[in-house]
Design a protein around this ligand. Structure first.
Ligand SMILES: Cc1ncc(COP(=O)(O)O)c(C=O)c1O
Length: 438
């Protein structure tokens, strides 16, 4: 194993990794310095939604670089203003004003700060199966095992509650129907903490890399009602879910539930230039008309990022990528369900649109995970699975006992099939390992 340079890499024991040097990328593929072509089955970190090197966005970045690459955030620029208008149009209902950041963690930091200022309360309720970013407050909000590396020096005021993870739900996994006890659990947490101390409930409508968990019908509405009853703000982290990935512009639209604040990043520029945002409702926007918004970032509303954002949103609209993700998502799920029935190592397939996971198990009956969850270390068994998939030239994401599929929304059906064939090679390896273990 060798690193190609003097970089320190994220989420890694440095001596154990061998990162690819990627030299170019186009559409659904990227190429490494050894000349290998890879099919990008997870759009990098689920963000290259419009595919690699889309000419419309590349042109917009070039044009902005020639006109005005940078201006400070206390001024505005045509792309920053335009993007704030476009976001007000594409986001649901009363979401109307945008605070720009450089990425998802900062978007959540600012959502939390604004919620605390607005309500005058401190506590933020989040869930165990969640990731909200690697800065301190975002990490304190995070529930999954990525949090432990920052403990115990966490900022106070964050409270965790349980998740609607039906496959392993402590309430209803063995029941024929979800009984929404997962929503009762959130309510219990809020009541136990004292609702008058809770500023916000912050959650990913569809959980991203902490499990790809789709909430049961009625769940988000229950949280909306709970918030309304107690004057608590509802914050949806749509950093992964947003921008057409799940078959709608934003995942919460599948259930028609509106948050008070929505945080976004990733798909807002398809990652071409770093950008995030906390988008607030009229009510919160109005509050800051005569209250001090006590926060800011040197690179906020960066013209290059906002120009990339405007052009990316134009691509979503022009190429109707939400509908495309919905349609391809159905094709993908049909094929995955058929794979689940054939492979002993596949416990469940789940997701929405082009945000989907295969959950690997040692035994379908007991649902024992194929490899441990809540661990960043990849064990020997999963390493074998990964190798088999990579040998076929495709790169989905692997986390815990999950294979995560989140390709560019522009992927063709043939490419999707090719990627699934590669993943199937990994499942065959998993099947053999499961059979040996039994
Ligand atoms: C749901 C969610 N929220 C927030 C973040 C943090 O975003 P960033 O890495 O841009 O700070 C991520 C990153 O993966 C994410 O998946």
């Amino acid at each position: 194993m060798a690193r190609p340079d003097r970089r320190l890499y994220p989420w890694a024991v440095q001596g154990k990794i061998a990162p690819l040097t990627v030299t170019h990328a186009k559409g659904s593929h990227f190429w490494d310095s050894g000349g290998n072509r890879w099919l990008d089955m997870c759009a990098q970190l689920a963000y290259v939604n419009i595919g690699h090197a889309h000419p419309h966005v590349v042109e917009a970045i070039k044009r902005q670089a020639e006109t005005m690459p940078v201006i400070a955030p206390d001024h505005t620029s045509p792309p920053a203003s335009r993007l704030s208008e476009m976001l007000a149009e594409v986001t649901p209902g009363r979401l109307s004003q945008t605070f720009f950041t450089n990425g998802g963690a900062e978007a959540n930091e600012h959502a939390i700060r604004m919620a605390r200022t607005f309500t005058g309360r401190q506590k933020i309720v989040t869930r165990y199966q969640s990731y909200h970013g690697a800065t301190l407050a975002a990490m304190a909000a995070t529930g999954d095992n990525r949090r432990v590396f920052s403990e115990p020096h966490m900022p106070p005021g964050f409270v965790k509650t349980l998740d609607p993870y039906r496959y392993r739900c402590r309430f209803c996994a063995r029941e024929s129907k979800c009984n929404l006890n997962c929503a009762d659990a959130v309510e219990e947490t809020v009541l136990g903490e004292g609702p008058e101390t809770v500023a916000a409930i912050l959650l990913e409508p569809i959980t991203g890399y902490s499990g790809i968990v789709v909430p049961p019908d009625g769940y988000l509405q229950r949280l909306r009602d709970l918030c309304d009853e107690h004057g608590i703000l509802l914050i949806f982290d749509e950093v992964i879910d947003g921008f057409c990935r799940t078959g709608k512009w934003f995942a919460s639209e599948h259930w028609g539930v509106e948050p008070d604040i929505m945080t976004v990043a990733k798909g807002i520029t398809s990652g071409y230039v770093p950008l995030g945002a906390a988008i607030v409702s009229d009510r919160i926007g109005d509050f800051f008309e005569d209250h001090y918004l006590g926060s800011g970032l040197t690179y906020a509303a960066h013209p290059l990022a906002c120009a990339a954002g405007v052009a990316t949103l134009e691509v979503y609209l022009e190429e109707e990528l939400a509908d495309r993700a919905a349609r391809l998502g159905k094709v993908l799920m049909a094929r995955l369900e058929e794979m689940r029935d054939r492979h002993p190592s596949v416990g469940e397939v789940r997701g929405l649109g082009l945000l989907v996971a295969i959950e690997l198990v040692k035994d379908k009956r007991t649902r024992e995970p194929f490899t441990p969850q809540r661990s960043e270390t990849r064990n020997a068994e999963m390493t074998e699975v990964v190798k088999a998939v990579w040998a076929k030239g495709a790169r989905p994401a692997f986390r815990w006992n999950l294979v995560i599929i989140a390709p560019p929304l522009t992927i063709s059906e043939e490419e999707l099939d090719e990627g699934l064939d590669a993943i199937e090679a990994g499942l065959e390896v998993a099947d053999r390992l499961v059979a040996v273990a039994v």
